[in-house]
Design a protein around this ligand. Structure first.
Ligand SMILES: *[C@@H]1O[C@H](CO)[C@@H](O)[C@H](O)[C@H]1NC(C)=O
Ligand SMILES: *[C@@H]1O[C@H](CO)[C@@H](O)[C@H](O)[C@H]1NC(C)=O
Ligand SMILES: *[C@@H]1O[C@H](CO)[C@@H](O)[C@H](O)[C@H]1NC(C)=O
Ligand SMILES: *[C@@H]1O[C@H](CO)[C@@H](O)[C@H](O)[C@H]1NC(C)=O
Ligand SMILES: *[C@@H]1O[C@H](CO)[C@@H](O)[C@H](O)[C@H]1NC(C)=O
Length: 395
């Protein structure tokens, strides 16, 4: 399909308007213009350079290639055009465009929208295929690889069972898992992020990723020197084994308990990782409780493990304290955990009392008042569960 030069003019008009808006946006430093750049690794030709060139036939070929390369929507096409254009030239064009009246601009926008609708827009599945084809290509640049991964990240978000098999059939999961071994931490980070997103609340994807053996690799990544990588890897692990018995057993057999303990006890670890680790502990305990499993994950009632969780209630970070409390609440509810371990070995009674005193002081402070009151009601709840558990113990 070829674009007429008229279409290109319209495109240019629209791009110009978008750029003018984007310039303002950028001044605000918030949303940067180039969020999504739908482009393949194959063709890096600058659209505007092409438009400015003297050879109209070259323009048409390049442009049609780009459209075959695919844009999911008019909006993403504009994003692409902005991302791929020389800002100086764009600005010149934009000032021409600004001479048009608002009505003229709107008319042009409608025209181009109709034009774009006439051109066949690639489906998400087609876009997914383009991204995977790029990932499969060992000679694309690092930048293109990262871009292909970002495209996939967005495409897997609304994934459901109807198209998840498509992702796998195209070799997408294998390609992304392969990138967990890339030498660049940023590439590994995005890849872990995709796996986490894709497996969130989707047992089918979870099982596929587990079957490809990605879990041990992700667990290694949690120890990365890059805390971004470690955080995304732990996110992916949590998503992968959530409500998934098979995944949790695999996690345990890969010494997931030691990994969690390492994170929880090491005060030099990024605090985001500690929070995520505590969240995972609570999540794992809740799953055991819901399914009436008894000691399927025995580390959850190991007193050394419990003590490391209780010890985090003395953290300086209130939010970490809260996550620790939530984990303790779930761990206390496990039928297999011992009330006496919490009391004698972990010193839970003392930890809760110390927390009460601290929260008491905080509630009088304006800035922390509400948060402290919520924490105190959670603390009271944990205290009550603890005492009930203790009273239930036959002596
Ligand atoms: C900048 O962005 C913020 C948040 O999106 C918005 O509230 C504010 O009005 C913007 N400022 C300007 C100058 O556009
Ligand atoms: C997945 O399917 C949904 C509808 O079932 C669709 O909206 C979405 O675009 C599809 N995504 C991909 C990547 O195929
Ligand atoms: C990617 O490569 C795998 C083999 O490594 C292949 O099975 C798959 O079809 C390829 N996917 C695409 C979209 O080219
Ligand atoms: C792989 O990428 C290179 C560099 O971008 C490109 O020249 C080549 O055509 C691509 N190969 C395939 C099979 O797409
Ligand atoms: C604790 O974490 C830091 C930072 O991640 C790491 O360098 C160190 O080796 C860890 N210490 C232990 C004992 O695991």
């Amino acid at each position: 399909m070829k674009l007429s030069s008229c279409a290109l003019l319209l495109l240019l008009a629209l791009v110009g308007a978008a750029v003018a808006a984007a310039e303002k946006e950028r001044a605000n430093k918030s949303a940067a213009a180039g969020g999504l750049l739908w482009a393949t690794g194959k063709d890096e030709n600058d659209l505007l350079t092409a438009i400015d060139s003297d050879d109209p036939s070259a323009v048409e070929d390049d442009a049609s290639d780009e459209f075959a390369g695919g844009f999911s929507s008019l909006d993403s096409m504009l994003q692409w055009a902005i991302g791929h254009s020389d800002p100086v030239k764009l600005k010149e064009k934009a000032s021409d465009i600004q001479k048009l009246s608002a009505e003229e601009l709107i008319k042009r926008q409608i025209e181009i929208k109709e034009l774009m609708e006439k051109l066949k827009m690639p489906s998400d599945a087609e876009l997914m295929k383009i991204a995977i084809t790029d990932l499969n290509n060992s000679s694309i640049s690092l930048e293109d690889r990262q871009r292909a991964l970002h495209e996939l990240l967005i495409l897997v978000e609304p994934i459901d069972n109807a198209n998840v098999s498509e992702l796998d059939k195209l070799g997408g999961l294998v390609a992304v898992i392969r990138e967990l071994h890339n030498t660049k931490p940023e590439i590994r980070t995005t890849s872990a992020w995709i796996l986490g997103k894709a497996s969130q609340n989707n047992a089918l994807v979870q099982n596929q990723i587990l079957a490809y053996g990605a879990l041990p690799r992700l667990m290694k990544m949690v120890y990365s020197a890059s805390s971004e990588e470690a955080v995304k890897a732990l996110y992916a692990i949590s998503a992968l084994i959530r409500n998934n018995d098979n995944g949790q057993q695999l996690f345990y057999s890969e010494n997931g308990n030691i990994m969690l303990q390492d994170l929880i006890t090491n005060s030099s670890v990024d605090i985001r990782l500690q929070k995520k680790a505590l969240f995972l502990v609570a999540d794992l305990a809740d799953f055991q409780i819901e399914n009436s499993y008894d000691s399927k994950l025995p580390f959850l009632n190991d007193r050394l493990f419990l003590k490391s969780v209780v010890d985090l209630t003395s953290s300086d970070d209130l939010e970490l304290q809260e996550k620790a409390l939530l984990a303790i609440r779930s761990l206390l509810r496990l039928s297999s955990s011992e009330a006496s371990d919490f009391k004698d070995f972990c010193g839970l009674e003392y930890a809760l009392e110390r927390m009460r005193e601290q929260l008491d002081k905080l509630t009088t402070q304006e800035e922390h008042g509400d948060y402290a009151r919520d924490m105190e009601s959670l603390r009271t709840e944990v205290h009550n569960i603890f005492h009930q558990k203790f009273e239930q113990v036959p002596t």
